[in-house]
Design a protein around this ligand. Sequence first.
Ligand SMILES: Nc1nc2c(c(=O)[nH]1)N=C([C@H](O)[C@H](O)COP(=O)(O)OP(=O)(O)OP(=O)(O)O)CN2
Ligand SMILES: [Zn+2]
Length: 119
Amino acid sequence: MEIYKQFNIEAAHHLPNVPTGHKCARLHGHSFQVTIHVAGTVNEQMGWITDFADIKTAFAPLYEQLDHHYLNEIAGLENPTSENIARWIWQHLKPRLPNLWKITLQETCTSGCIYIGDN
Ligand SMILES: Nc1nc2c(c(=O)[nH]1)N=C([C@H](O)[C@H](O)COP(=O)(O)OP(=O)(O)OP(=O)(O)O)CN2
Ligand SMILES: [Zn+2]
């Protein structure tokens, strides 16, 4: 079974490697929606896979680094595309949340990224 918890992150960025004239070369902001998916078996005593609060606790240090920040200034996010942000979250979260299964990162209403690790 799979459970998830959503987080909203307000952040600014620009994309440094886009062609000249691309709109994303300019500084702009997004209300990113990050969804952390965890998979596992249901503990029958508790009736859950993992307490949602444990997902929140594991994600908290990353949330603090990302929310209301300029993403390009974060080590490893010099080119903060949806793909690179999702991968960065995975790399930092997986050691703290071993049953991490999938990260969905919605950048705008119509665009985003789904990442299940580079396995
Ligand atoms: N594969 C990717 N393509 C783009 C990314 C990305 O992270 N990965 N990022 C951007 C920009 O950050 C841009 O702000 C968001 O893209 P886009 O969907 O083009 O934004 P709009 O809301 O302006 O989309 P419209 O549907 O044209 O209104 C660009 N590409
Ligand atoms: Zn953008």
